[in-house]
Design a protein around this ligand. Structure first.
Ligand code: 3PG
Length: 306
């Protein structure tokens, strides 16, 4: 019987786990659950006899892969797969998949939860500003970026987006103006929402030169990855410009220094929680379970990323 290990340091909602179990057991496979593990040794032991592995942001590096001799497929229940060593997986003939789009609405809704909070001075009682008629720049028009654009229209915002991998027509069809220069995106939009993945090209790519050019009362929203920000550059921009705000679902390494230096202008969730809704957990978790089963039983690898 195929063993499918769900290893989640940050667990899915119980209702999602119930659905995952049903999908796996109905397919005649066995679910092994490793939730909230605190020690990497637990993960290394659990993968030893797993045929499939479902994870979230859990770090799956060469050591974990080497400890999993039976492993055939890893499914990242989510969009970003920067936590998985694709090279090591490929070297061991392990297929890696993600579940694109399944948690994107949850992340997009959090963008606006944090945007309104920033515009209202972190709810400190003083007068802030509204989103209506303001300009929003979306950096990357993938599944999350598209949901952000949809919601932004409801707020009455004007929307621009930058995405070199997406045809302009996709943006214009969504009522979004394409921008082809990152400097123009940052200098032309009071609100900028980041949705790029963490790759060697994007890591540290957003720094002082971009952030410091944002219009008056600029708000930078990062629900993507901590690593894409040049944190020293961010700190300098916030120091130079007392009107700028930064809100992130990914606590920066210099979070405490920023909180002290910029009270009321920065906010960070304690743990990444963009995808922490029952709906997103159900969508991504069940998709991951179905994809694992489909690969193990039928060799289907539609969402393969390696
Ligand atoms: C993703 O890449 O899908 C999101 O960042 C959510 O990640 P999580 O599953 O760790 O919450």
């Amino acid at each position: 019987m195929h063993k499918i290990l769900v290893a989640t340091e940050k667990p899915f909602a119980p209702v999602a786990v119930k659905g995952i179990r049903e999908v796996i057991e109905q397919a005649g496979c066995e679910l092994v659950l490793l939730e909230k593990y605190t020690d990497r040794a637990q993960l290394l032991a659990a993968v030893a006899d797993a045929d499939a592995l479902i994870v979230r942001s859990d770090k799956i590096d060469a050591e974990v892969i080497a400890a999993a001799p039976r492993l055939k497929v890893i499914v990242r229940a989510g969009a970003g797969y920067d936590n998985i060593d694709l090279k090591a997986a490929s070297e061991h003939n392990i297929v890696v998949e993600n579940t694109p789009g399944q948690n994107s609405n949850a992340v997009a809704e959090l963008v606006f939860g944090m945007t309104v909070m920033a515009a209202r001075n972190m709810y400190n009682g003083t007068s802030g500003f509204e989103l209506k008629d303001k300009k929003l720049g979306i950096q990357a028009f993938g599944q999350v970026g598209r949901n952000v654009a949809r919601i932004a229209k409801g707020f009455g915002m004007t929307i621009e987006a930058l995405d070199p991998y997406c045809p302009d027509e996709v943006l214009t069809d969504a009522g979004v103006t394409p921008v082809h220069d990152i400097k123009a995106l940052y200098s032309g939009n009071q609100f900028v929402s980041i949705h790029i993945p963490a790759t060697p090209e994007t890591i540290g790519s957003i720094g002082y030169e971009l952030i410091a050019t944002m219009p008056k009362n600029g708000v930078l929203i990062n629900t993507a990855r901590r690593e894409v920000i040049d944190e020293d550059g961010l700190a300098r921009a916030l120091a130079d410009r007392s009107d700028l705000r930064y809100v992130a679902d990914v606590r920066p390494n210099n979070a405490e220094a920023l909180e002290q230096a910029c009270p009321g202008r920065v906010f960070f969730t304690p743990k990444k929680m963009g995808a922490q809704t029952a709906e997103a957990n159900i969508n991504a978790g069940l998709a991951a379970a179905r994809q694992s089963v489909a690969f193990l039983l039928e060799g289907i690898d539609r969402f393969r990323v390696n």
